[in-house]
Design a protein around this ligand. Structure first.
Ligand code: AP5
Ligand code: ZN
Length: 208
């Protein structure tokens, strides 16, 4: 199954993706995680992306599109993938459709995790992320339960940057809801409920 997760920053895309991956073994393709890994590795791509990410802006399409193409072609993505954080604007969505068409593949669902902005600000301000594997959890978890890596607060999870990310989501990413409605693959889940309740609905919506 090939799935796109849509939703504002902090809506719980990564959290739901982690659960789907653990239960069904889909490849998790998170452009945010890929970019943070590039920064950590000290690569040229990471150096170019860092300023945009720290200030809550989207990095230029060209930087992320190649990363996604490479991951879609990898062995572990052939049996199904979850795209988390991509596409982020209409031009990325168009590139994705054409790349998948070239591979003889299609998207089965675009799942919107819907959460109000006030809940998002609270969640992101208290989020901690694993430096090594990208696992996320609320503040208070200091050691990653998945890989024992160190949990830290992302630079873009500071209050002034969170607002900028929400603005970017509204102007550039939210139009994708209509885009996928137009392709008849949009599904929607209310994300401001306990993680396992959201997950139960996610599975039902995806027919899993
Ligand atoms: P990215 O890493 O994709 O960040 P994001 O979309 O802003 O999403 P987040 O990871 O912040 O949130 P999430 O929805 O995954 O929430 P999570 O599950 O962690 O992107 C970062 C930056 O990279 C961008 O700003 C941009 O610069 C760049 N970038 C990335 N992709 C790009 C692209 N395609 N094009 C251009 N630039 C790109 O949950 C949040 C918190 O809430 C956690 O603490 C979690 O434990 C908690 N939580 C989750 N669900 C629940 C629940 N149901 N109840 C209570 N708490 C919950
Ligand atoms: Zn980890």
């Amino acid at each position: 199954m090939n799935i796109v997760l849509l939703g504002a920053p902090g809506a719980g895309k990564g959290t739901q993706a982690q659960k789907l991956v653990a239960e069904f073994g889909f490849a998790h393709i998170s452009t945010g995680d890929l970019l943070r890994a590039a920064i950590k590795d000290g690569s040229k791509l990471g150096a170019r992306a860092k300023g945009y990410m720290d200030s809550g802006k989207l990095v230029p399409d060209a930087l992320v599109i190649d990363l996604v193409k490479e991951r879609l072609a990898a062995d572990d993505a052939q049996e199904g993938f979850i795209l988390d954080g991509f596409p982020r604007n209409t031009s990325q969505a168009v590139v994705l459709d054409s790349e998948l068409a070239d591979m003889g593949r299609t998207l089965d669902a675009a799942l919107l995790v819907d959460v109000e902005p006030d809940v998002i600000i609270e969640r992101l301000s208290s989020r901690r992320t694993c430096r090594d594997c990208g696992y996320t959890a609320p503040a208070g978890v200091d050691v990653c339960p998945r890989c024992s890596g160190q949990m830290y607060q992302r630079d873009d999870d500071k209050p002034e940057t969170i607002q900028q990310r929400l603005d970017v989501y509204q102007t550039q990413t939210a139009p994708l809801v209509e885009y996928y409605k137009g392709h008849s693959i949009l599904k929607e889940v209310k994300g401001d409920r306990p993680v396992d309740e959201v997950y139960a609905d996610v599975k039902a919506l995806l027919g899993l």
